[in-house]
Design a protein around this ligand. Structure first.
Ligand code: PLP
Length: 393
């Protein structure tokens, strides 16, 4: 059996989306910025997709800018807003649990002279408003708090943060890459100024995303080139991928409740089985305020990577952290920020479910997980020491 439980890393392109995209590779292939009929035909689908993204977020079409994905959107939002507001101040606030697309960009901005505060989160992975309030200074121009975390799924109090930023006149960016399609997002109600999204997390293609920029917001360009995207983001418009993004977001919004309900049920079944059948499993992140497809566990006394490799041999795809950090032996920066001890963080696994997963797949996963963990613990000196089977030195 092959089981894919790594949808937070990426999803497949749905059949419906793929079929919708195909004609834009070789039939309607004109440059959407050309004035002739080939160009005008291609322009139509770009406009339709922009409208689909805007409708999903409750904003205007003119506030959506297509990019190459979440990483570019995050970089553009942060660098663009930081530099556009440099005369007002050079202090930026973000959190310790952001994706590397935000954290690495902040590290670069620090080298360029910006001051960055990385907020702590509580033990359930949530940013507390008081912590945020205490961090602002008269030089704070930008606050970036992710909508939902990619590793342990916690959903942040975005509406409260947005309200606070609006009152203070501070630009508010949210990385909503994991939340789009899964959560109900209303840009206006949540007072969001900048929002990043990426199609490959909701059954759209990789390499395409968007940045929402509130009309009238001051932001510098990230990419210089032609006059595409209303002269804000150069580069020949990627019609097939934009078509795929539009179709994928429309479908995700349409089926959101139905999909969430199905996925949440399966995810809760997975959690229940793990907690009742696998000893020394620690559940990470907020129990309720989390993405419906995410479960994150630390299995004490063993390495997440060892579990991952053994599960892979059984055909089960999981992750031991964010896709970008797995493969390195560093424990997850997200779990460390929650206060999970280093050794426990090393034994962490993320399960991220998708619309096609079944109960049989979850049973197959837990059955294998149980025996793999049992075997790994038999070889673990830490486990033997815990059970008094070896003398502590
Ligand atoms: N932000 C978050 C929260 C993510 O999970 C990811 C991808 O894993 C990204 C940003 C980067 O998006 P992309 O892969 O489209 O560059």
């Amino acid at each position: 059996m092959k089981v894919y439980l790594d949808h937070a890393a990426t999803t497949y392109v749905s059949g419906e989306v793929l079929e919708y995209m195909l004609p834009y590779f070789n039939k309607t292939y004109g440059n959407p910025n050309s004035l002739h009929s080939f160009g005008r035909e291609a322009r139509k689908v770009v406009d339709i997709s922009r409208a689909a993204v805007a409708s999903a977020l409750n904003c205007k079409d003119s506030e959506i800018y297509f990019t190459s994905g979440g990483t570019e959107s995050d970089n553009w939002a942060l660098r663009g807003a930081a530099y556009a507001n440099l005369k007002k101040g050079n202090h930026i606030i973000t959190t310790k649990i952001e994706h590397h697309a935000v954290l690495s960009c902040c590290k670069a901005l620090e080298k360029e002279g910006f001051n960055i505060t990385y907020l702590d989160v509580n033990s359930e992975g949530l940013v507390e408003l008081d912590t945020l309030k205490n961090a602002i200074t008269d030089k704070t121009t930008l606050i970036s708090v992710m909508f939902a975390n990619n590793e342990m799924g916690a959903i942040q109090p975005i509406k409260e943060v947005g309200k606070f930023c609006k009152e203070k006149g501070i630009v508010f960016h949210t990385d909503a890459v994991q939340a789009i399609g899964a959560e109900d997002i209303d840009i206006v109600d949540m007072n969001i100024d900048l929002l990043s999204l990426s199609a490959h997390k909701f059954y759209g293609p990789k390499g395409i995303g968007a940045l929402y920029i509130r009309n009238g917001l001051k932001i510098d360009k990230l990419i210089y080139g032609g006059a595409q995207e209303r002269n804000m983001r150069g580069g020949t418009t990627n019609t097939p991928l934009i078509a795929g993004l539009g179709k994928a977001i429309e479908t995700a919004v349409l089926n959101r409740e139905k999909n969430n309900e199905k996925i949440r049920k399966l995810r809760d079944y997975l959690i229940k089985r793990i907690e009742s059948e696998i000893p020394y499993s620690v559940f990470n992140g907020h129990r309720a305020q989390r993405l419906s497809n995410n479960a994150n566990f630390s299995f004490e006394f063993i390495e997440g990577e060892s579990i991952l490799i053994s599960m892979d041999l059984k055909g089960i795809a999981l992750s031991s952290g964010s896709a970008c950090t797995s493969g390195s032996l560093e424990p997850s920066h997200v779990l460390l920020a929650l206060g999970v001890p280093m050794a426990t963080a090393h034994g962490s696994i993320r399960f991220s479910l998708g619309i096609e997963n079944t109960k049989e797949e979850i049973d197959y996963t837990v059955d294998n997980l149980k025996s793999i963990i049992e075997n790994l613990r038999k070889m673990s000196p830490l486990f033997k020491s815990e059970r008094g089977e070896v003398k502590k030195v």
